[in-house]
Design a protein around this ligand. Sequence first.
Ligand code: PLZ
Length: 447
Amino acid sequence: MLNLEYRLPQQRQLLTPVPGPASTALAARRADVVARAVSSSVPVYAVDADGGVVVDADGNSFIDFGSGIAVTSVGASNAAVARAVAEAASRFTHTCFMVTPYEDYVAVCEELAGLAPGDHAKKAALFNSGAEAVENAVKIARYATGRDAVIAFEHAYHGRTNLTMALTSKAMPYKAGFGPFAPSVYRVPVSYPFRDPDGMTGEQAAERAIAMIATQVGADRVAAVLIEPVLGEGGFIVPADGFLTRLAQWCRDNGVVLIADEVQAGFCRTGSWFACEQAGLEPDIITVAKGIAGGLPLAGVVGRAEIMDAPHAGGLGGTYGGNPVACAAALAAIGYMKQADLNARARDIGSIIAEVLGPVAETSPIVGELRGRGAMMALEFVQPLTKDPNPDAVKRIVAACLSAGVLVLSCGTYGNVVRLLPPLVIAEDTLRDGLAVLADAIVQAGA
Ligand code: PLZ
């Protein structure tokens, strides 16, 4: 893997206990004024970040395996993005695309239409967050089909707004106490190779889902099937081969809009522009956010022109959607992804993760599976030599990594998955050092 240029030293370095005094003081201020429902996975406060490292208020430098939940693929202070943001902000920070439009919004839609798989004509619309993109994708699919039902999957995550809470599978912490939820959402089983019955193929898992849709809803009521091609928060679950293509076939046969939620998996994360490409899928609609704009809030919905154009003029929008500074950041970030070939880097990162953690996963009694695509890899932890989830091991491993200077995130319906989402610009030495720390923590937790 080629080395890139960095502004900060690309290594972990701890100058104080974690958290140090400056972060501890900030935590005390926070406790007085920040609502407790908004929580943070680590107790350190960031002051700087570059490439594969985050520096905290005490000067501690951490290796970043989370990218702010799959956002800073080009780095958290990518020079091209920072320049584009400063330049755009010095001209205008906002006009509202619904009032006075501007070129960069159009240019981002051109990129989305050009990059999304399939030769058909495509159009796009821009929003602020992943949840908002998913909401709009559902609105468009309902309008285009004149139907109301939306099919979502077990282990799915689509956001925290009312409709996307309904679409999200896991109650704690996302839904509990926040209902009632939006109606006309139906949940069916996904293909989860590690937990499905032995020998179940992707096609069989799809037939299981399709049979449930037929009996519980009826194909003629279904507006959309919504799925993450690699499930993110649910545990980096990669559906078995054939699952997504069989579902896509069923959608085509029944006039149902297939929506791929690529908010977490899209934009080079899995080693291709969209994770669905690796499954041979050409979804009708794709939602994107996170990695697309180098850290600025921007989301998009891109899809078949005739579906995207179904709703009446003025039917979609929002004050900030496609903000000009965020669009400038996205154009710079996408340009950088192309120039530095971040898809190839994501694949290299995946190979290095497999090379280092593969042997650990093989020998550790608490690792059920190492899985993923490209730079979206995870380990599922189990009670020794069973498939029973082991969230306690994950907590111990995450804590051990943090105190050694490595930021890793957990996920999974059962809280038993450690996920690796390093910035795609991370240096190879930094990646290997962080992986060695993680490997050590896994061995300790399994001993
Ligand atoms: N769809 C596939 O992964 C966001 C959520 C973190 P927003 N995932 C991180 C949390 O605890 O809130 C996500 C996703 C997929 C939609 C979303 C929602 O994106 O930008 O957070 O709204």
